[in-house]
Design a protein around this ligand. Sequence first.
Ligand code: PLP
Length: 377
Amino acid sequence: MDIQLFKAKYEVEECLNEIRECLEVGWTGMGFKTVKFEEAWKQYTGLPYAHYLNSSTMGLYMAVDILKEEYGWSDGDEIISTPITFISTNHAIAKSNMKAVFADIDDTMCLDPKSVRERITDKTRAIMYVGLGGNVGNYNEIVEICKEHNLKFILDAAHMTGTRLNGKIPGKEADVVVYSFQAVKNLPTADSGMICFKDGKLDEIVRKKAWLGINKDTYARTQNMGNYKWRYDVEYVGEKGHGNSVMASIGLVQLKYVDRDNAYRRTICGWYRDRLAPYADKIKFTRIEDGCESSCHLFQILVDDRDALIVALNQAGISPGVHYVANTDYKMYSYGKGTCPHAEYVSEHTLSLPLNLYLSRSDVDYICDEVIKFLEK
Ligand SMILES: *Cc1c(COP(=O)(O)O)cnc(C)c1O
């Protein structure tokens, strides 16, 4: 047995045809397929703007950086964030010389609104919210808190491609939403991401900042000299952060299938829950909010002896994962240690069972048999 945690499944022939087009026309860079993917993404999500980037790490950084400049935030100002996330989320805050203030999570694995309220100070500028595993958690209440306290809302939607809340893709309420199309995400490309600002002015800025600050429009607009392509202005010390047409080709194809793929992910999660439900005294599941149709990026359980279960599963040829070690355990963010007891509990007890599109019912049964064998020992 060799059952992996993640294994991306691609529409191989269709992806190759789309990439072939790039190679045949001789254009693999920004433009061409990246523009098509941005249009397709806006249509799919209903969000008004979308700019395609080389990763969501870049997107999260751009989000904080641009909001900070736009709203005149100072170094050391605070953004409330979760310790249970991939490190990109909190690095985006630190990279902009702001401070990630950690709030605790609840049984949805997302930020606990009560804890968030307790962390608000006169230096708080925004809430960074992660839809962990594709769950929305208490999204609507976080939106309310932002309104009440005049905070910006940044949504790290790396796990949320395809997630619906009451039938709609959440995100319109956020000032900026950032998606990941990294190799193991629900819509895998290899590496890329999308940044979706609510405000068109900020979308214009990210298009410059993600391309080294280059503003190609200046001369084209003012002098109408489109063929003077080298006559551009540079307005910022930007990043080389934009996406390319090869990645966008894969994205365009996979997007067509992501709802189908997510439906199968939900089926797999249903199998896990059915089989493991009788052991609810030994296994805790993530609570899924009413109205949330999760993308099911992860299937997480909480168990007493997590590390021993990982060893047992490894011996049975099964590779589970851990999402995540509390970021406050890392040196960089150790100032937050002890402030989020539930997150620290989760960090020690959470385990992600394999969740990928190659899994069959009998694979899931085999995994559950091994988990149950361990629990009954
Ligand atoms: C994967 C991930 C990221 C980073 O995405 P990249 O596209 O790899 O940069 C950010 N946040 C979360 C929660 C993630 O899981």
